[in-house]
Design a protein around this ligand. Structure first.
Ligand code: GUN
Length: 288
């Protein structure tokens, strides 16, 4: 038996349609157009693609989209000035500073400067803390998208063993915190974890967010488990062309898992859909 393939692209399209309808209602009934600003510093090719896609999706959902580009040589003060201006702009309800930032810019200081109410990435410590203690918060888009797919597939998550491989601030830690809020028994595994394969084999829900191509093999997966692959890695094939692969060896894991997200077309599209949803949430909360 091969696993069900979780179609993140189709699910994301549904979320985006719903967001589009909410935006139409806000515009018609409350004269409120949600606005998202994305700040890109430098020329990182992958970041440029992400930022372009975010801008396009924002406009497609009927929202205001502003893109601010700064040179790779921008100083921390220049980035902070942009954030301050956006914090004060009433037509902007969500601010996203694309990471990574050039090394002369202190990432933590920039994230800390974003108004927590406009922090649609959910990376501000105020939002991290609020989420951890169960208060309303802006929740990071990628983990939120993963939870939505898991609930759609499994229904109730309570009591399931969840293993998150990776402990980044962007995915691993918030993912673990959201799974805990769903009453999963959560393990965070990482590069120092002893006997990672056997830890993974204990997972009813296995979330891979390590950034290492195809590291998680088929025999690390518990039969019937739900596997969420957050990795997006570009690798070179034997013929010299490149392809995108996840952190999970899909061809092996698909034979063992109960359900699995593909790469591409799994978690990636859900991240942008959740960003749009977060922007609408932020706009509603700011409006009143
Ligand atoms: N870089 C890679 N993923 C993300 C994300 O979710 N948000 C931001 N701001 N930067 C990123």
């Amino acid at each position: 038996m091969t696993a069900d393939i979780i179609d993140g692209k189709a699910f994301a399209a549904q979320v985006r349609e719903r967001v589009g309808r909410q935006v139409a209602v806000l515009k018609a009934e409350s004269k409120l157009t949600p606005g998202l600003a994305v700040v890109l510093v430098g020329e990182d090719p992958a970041s440029k693609v992400y930022v372009r896609n975010k801008g396009k999706s924002t406009a497609e959902a009927g929202m205001k989209s502003e893109e601010i580009r700064l040179e790779a040589s921008a100083t921390q003060e220049e980035v902070l000035e942009v954030v301050t201006r956006l914090n004060e702009d009433p037509s902007i309800h969500g601010i996203l500073v694309q990471l990574p930032l050039p090394k002369q810019v202190d990432e933590m200081a920039v994230l800390d400067a974003i108004d927590p109410a406009k922090d649609v990435d959910g990376f501000h410590v105020i939002n991290t803390g609020r989420q951890a203690v169960g208060l309303p918060a802006m929740v990071p888009c990628t983990p939120l998208g993963c939870i939505m797919m898991l609930k759609d597939k499994l229904g109730e998550l309570s009591g399931l063993n969840a293993v998150v491989v990776g402990r980044s601030n962007i995915v691993g830690k918030p993912m673990a915190s959201l799974l805990l809020a769903e009453s999963c028994t959560v393990t965070i595994a990482h590069s120092r974890t002893k006997d990672l394969p056997s830890v993974c084999r204990n997972a009813d829900i296995l979330v891979a967010a390590v950034g290492r191509p195809e590291m998680i093999r088929g025999d690390w997966v518990k039969p019937g488990a739900t596997v969420i692959d957050v990795g997006i890695n570009r690798i070179e094939k034997d013929d010299g062309k490149t392809k995108l692969v996840g952190d999970v060896c899909f061809s092996e894991a698909v034979e063992i898992a109960g359900a699995i997200t593909p790469v591409p077309g799994g978690v990636g599209p859900m991240t942008i859909a959740c960003l749009l949803a977060n922007t609408v949430t932020a706009a509603c909360r700011q409006a009143g």
